[in-house]
Design a binder for this molecule. Structure first.
Ligand code: ZN
Length: 248
């Protein structure tokens, strides 16, 4: 099965639409695994949720921004810009979008894959930011592969079963990554559709063939100015608007 892997869309409809088009050009997909943070930061929460909810064989997880949009008591942990964007999101979220967010799971398993926004230890909140955190997460894994989002940085961590150590593998957009051939266990992050934070402004995502166990990182340009104009029109923070072209 060919699976489109998306995460951290953050209400950026232009980026989401570009990713869906690019994935079709790359051969299409039969299922979609979305690793959470559909909303927050961006200008189109309702439109993004509506579009995602129509995607085929969808397996969609809850992110920290989705959780905060449903439960304002968790807003205290966010910085000022993120909190203001979430407060705005909550004020415009339509009942169908609100109901959809309420259906999202915190952690799921799909065959060999664990799907989660943050980490298997703390599904909503923990960032798998570096090798030392990944090393602690591997022993908790119940499947060979774990897909995470949350950091907005595409990356692979690989661990061999007998070893507590793990290695970091940078995203390679030119080469498919055959998981079964590489061996061991993996934590894989596709990066962020709507707010990349690896100094590359293009929307990030991945395609996964679950039969051949081949993972492919992908990037696609989108109309950043369109998203920025939409953000200005609804009064979102200038800092959030300014960061998009920097991929940060
Ligand atoms: Zn996020």
């Amino acid at each position: 099965m060919r699976v489109l892997i998306i995460s951290d869309i953050h209400s950026n409809l232009a980026a989401l639409e570009a990713v869906l088009q690019d994935a079709l050009k790359a051969g299409g997909y039969e299922a979609v695994w979305c690793l959470g943070d559909l909303v927050g930061y961006g200008p189109n929460p309702n439109e993004c949720i509506e579009l995602i909810s129509t995607l085929p064989n969808l397996n969609c997880l809850m992110g920290n921004h989705d959780k905060a949009a449903l439960d304002p008591s968790s807003l205290v942990v966010f910085n000022n810009d993120a909190r203001a964007a979430l407060t705005w999101t909550t004020s415009v979220l339509l009942p169908p979008a609100h109901s959809f967010l309420q259906t999202l799971a915190e952690i799921t398993h799909a065959g060999q894959f664990t799907l989660v926004h943050g980490s298997p230890r703390q599904p909503i909140w923990e960032y798998v930011l570096d090798r030392s955190i990944a090393r602690e997460v591997f022993p908790v894994l119940e499947t060979p592969y774990c897909l995470v989002g949350h950091t907005h940085v595409p990356v692979v961590y690989q661990s061999y079963n007998a070893e507590p150590e793990c290695q970091v593998i940078a995203a390679d957009y030119a080469q498919p990554f055959p998981l079964h051939k590489a061996g061991g266990r993996f934590i894989l992050n596709p990066g962020s559709v709507g707010q990349p934070r690896d100094n590359d402004a293009d929307a990030a995502y991945a395609l996964l063939d679950t039969d051949t166990e081949i993972w492919q990182f992908r990037r696609t340009a989108y109309d950043i100015a369109l998203t920025q104009n939409r953000m200005r029109a609804v009064g979102l923070s200038p800092r959030l608007i300014a960061r998009l072209p920097f991929g940060w």
